[in-house]
Design a protein around this ligand. Structure first.
Ligand SMILES: C[S@@+](CC[C@H](N)C(=O)[O-])C[C@H]1O[C@@H](n2cnc3c(N)ncnc32)[C@H](O)[C@@H]1O
Length: 267
């Protein structure tokens, strides 16, 4: 189901998609919470194994596109175990600050443990809350990023609207998410890997195949890059562009909150 239909479907029937299944809207947040409670402790390890380490390169490239400066204030929405935040922290330095904004306590705890194990101190703070209602005032952040999280939010548009609201005029949005490879042969290979190997590896390493079968389904039902551009532009972002990563397995979108020039005509 494509995005415009999906939004209409959600508001009309109060159901949404969780992978290939249709479920009541109220159920999605609960299921997403359960899902990440189950995988939190092995989340980083599984990411590295399942992506052959490539997710680190994607994240590095995505954060670089934000062009962060020393002193910047950044929000990492659905920030989980803080991978993007750690990269961003290197760019903003001691005078900046990164907020990891995530709904799941287990994921946050895994992130806190990871930071403690690092020798370098990072200006990173964690907030446990829902990305559909960001508890920060308007126009506070220089940049807002979301990495592999927007798929999990029930009302994606609401989340992007909130990111738009908390960005300063001129501030940048970055969205890193899985996508669909364009090449049909590669796509078939990727399907085999994601629908068969990933759940198998999940059951061997993490002790459960279901979260990883579900991961492949949510990836498959997510928007194509052009569709995501349209969503971001509808919200108000300008200069929206995207870059495909590793033959289109993932895509990184960048958008800017326009500076509202209020011109006063002097008579
Ligand atoms: C796949 S993880 C991504 C973590 C991290 N950004 C990364 O790139 O590794 C998705 C995260 O989104 C969080 N999440 C899902 N729904 C959320 C919501 N409504 N509000 C805030 N966080 C949410 C989950 O708890 C989880 O930590």
């Amino acid at each position: 189901m494509r995005y415009a239909h999906l939004e209409e479907h959600i508001s009309r029937l109060r159901t949404t998609c969780f992978g290939f299944r249709k479920i009541p809207v109220e159920d999605k947040t609960r299921r997403v919470l359960q899902h990440f409670n189950r995988v939190a402790q092995k989340y980083d390890l599984m990411n590295t194994i399942l992506s052959f380490g490539i997710h680190h390169l994607w994240k590095r490239q995505a954060v670089r596109l934000l062009d962060l400066k020393a002193g910047n204030l950044v929000i990492d929405v659905c920030g989980g175990t803080a991978d993007l935040s750690i990269l961003a922290a290197d760019a903003v330095g001691d005078t900046g600050c990164i907020i990891v904004y995530d709904i799941n306590r287990s994921m946050i705890q895994a992130g806190v443990q990871k930071l403690k194990a690092l020798t370098v101190r990072h200006p990173i703070r964690f907030v446990q809350a829902d990305a559909e209602r960001i508890s920060f005032p308007d126009e506070l952040f220089d940049a807002a990023m979301v990495g592999f999280g927007i798929r999990n939010v029930t009302r994606m548009e609401k989340c992007f609207e909130e990111m738009y609201r908390v960005l300063k005029p001129g501030g940048k949005l970055m969205c890193l998410e899985f996508s669909k490879p364009a090449n049909p042969y590669f796509c078939r290979l990727y399907d085999l890997y994601s629908f068969y190997c990933m759940p198998l590896l999940g059951s061997i390493i993490a002790g459960s195949s279901e979260p990883y079968a579900c991961l492949s389904e949510t990836i498959r039902t997510f928007l194509l890059p052009e569709e995501l551009v349209a969503v971001l532009e509808r919200i108000g972002f300008s200069s929206v562009s995207y870059r495909k990563l590793t033959w289109g397995i993932a895509a990184v979108h960048i958008g800017i909150k326009p500076i509202n020039l209020r011109l006063r005509v002097v008579a």
